[in-house]
Write a protein that binds this ligand. Structure first.
Ligand SMILES: [Zn+2]
Length: 387
């Protein structure tokens, strides 16, 4: 790499803006489906990329909603996260016992086998890569939450089987076109996302499942509305606008062409930086607990929210958690006013139902109001250090 990398956000900027096509020859076709397009090969869409990155670093951000027309690469971007996903601890036990169960509920909260292991200081978990779970567009409620195990029922045994939400525990859950899902499925997903667990009851049977997933939803606002209260349940709302300039559009087109003719070549071109980024994301997750948000900085953010007339506590909680994740991504121990300025639009826009009825017409109006308020409330940015 020609340039020293200062932070994850800097790496994204450098890698994504470099022109590289001479380096990739047309080659083996037909493998594009199984090999994700590199995240770093995305041209522009800084807001979408930042929101996705922060949600991986800090799941407490509370999920991301990607809003934009068809063909802007929302699904491709989500799939491109797979090589960047960090490792998470998973239970070794068929009952899913975890050390935190003992910490919160005492030794009786785990099975006898795990209680013995815990007592002897043995581990209850192993490290595993976070995975991407995609919600199929035609999923039915029993697929999503789980239901009676029909194979077991054939043998006169009644048993529940876990659904997609339980399989998504400690993973990334992607719900494409979330505005086209039925209300009962959307509610089940959002409730599980908020609580990190859910219970299924079928007659006399009941089962409890963990569902601590990072939720990413996408929607095209031109194809059906989303109930206003659902907007408020996503921590961040990233507007995917499509590539802005003609030069960037041409570049984006060429990268997609290069990937279609030689996916391995394009992936190889970004392999080293992708590995560095994955390591940095893992490091940022480990650093996150030490990142502090000072009371004066929080007060400024709360003032912007108040002046916008936002009453939702989710809004400011998401802003604070995203700001902490951004500080961790930049290897800092404190949230700055600049972090708040960067993330306030993502966390605070589309929180007020009055603005949701006529999304496209009023979006510009709300963004202008946000910018004006930030200029009034937040102190000016310090001059950039010359690089
Ligand atoms: Zn156990």
């Amino acid at each position: 790499m020609a340039e020293a990398i200062r932070s994850i956000t800097h790496l994204m900027e450098v890698a994504s803006s470099r022109r590289f096509l001479a380096a990739v020859e047309p080659g083996d076709r037909g493998l594009a489906e199984s090999l994700p397009f590199p995240f770093l090969a995305f041209v522009g869409e800084g807001e979408m990329k930042l929101a996705l990155l922060l949600s991986i670093i800090n799941p407490a951000v509370g999920g991301v909603l990607l809003l934009g027309p068809r063909g802007t690469g929302k699904t491709t971007a989500v799939r491109s996260l797979v090589p960047l996903l960090p490792t998470v601890p998973r239970s070794l036990c068929p009952y899913g016992c975890l050390p935190e169960d003992v910490e919160t509920g005492g030794i009786d909260a785990v099975c006898p086998d795990c209680a013995r292991k815990y007592g002897q200081g043995e581990t209850l978990t192993f490290s595993d890569r976070m995975r991407l779970t995609e919600l199929p567009l035609n999923a039915q409620l029993p697929d999503v939450i789980g239901g009676l195990d029909e194979r077991a029922a054939l043998h006169q045994r009644h048993r529940l089987r876990p659904g997609i939400l339980a399989q998504a525990d400690r993973n990334f859950l992607y719900a494409d076109e979330i505005n086209l899902l039925s209300d009962e499925i959307t509610d089940a997903i959002l409730d599980a996302a908020a609580q990190g667990m859910y219970t299924v009851r079928r007659g006399a049977l009941a089962a409890f499942y963990r569902a601590r997933f990072v939720l990413v939803g996408s929607m095209n606002p031109e194809e059906g509305a989303l109930r206003p209260q659902i907007f408020d349940r996503f921590g961040l709302r990233a507007v995917v606008r499509g590539v802005a300039t003609i030069a960037d559009r041409w570049e984006a087109y060429q990268r997609v062409r290069a990937y279609q003719t030689n996916p391995r070549g394009v992936i190889e071109h970004y392999r080293e930086e992708t590995e560095i980024m994955r390591g940095e994301i893992q490091a940022a997750r480990e650093k996150l607990p030490q990142v502090l948000l000072s009371a004066p900085t929080a007060a400024l953010a709360l003032q912007v929210a108040e002046r916008l007339g936002i009453v939702s506590h989710r809004a400011t909680a998401a802003l604070f958690e995203a700001a902490r994740a951004l500080a961790a991504a930049d290897n800092r121990e404190a949230v700055t006013v600049e972090d708040i300025r960067t993330l306030a639009p993502l966390a605070l826009r589309m929180r007020r139902s009055a603005f949701l009825t006529d999304y496209f017409a009023r979006q510009g109006e709300e963004e202008q109001e946000l910018t004006r308020l930030m200029d009034e409330v937040l102190p000016p940015a310090p001059p950039h250090p010359s690089t």
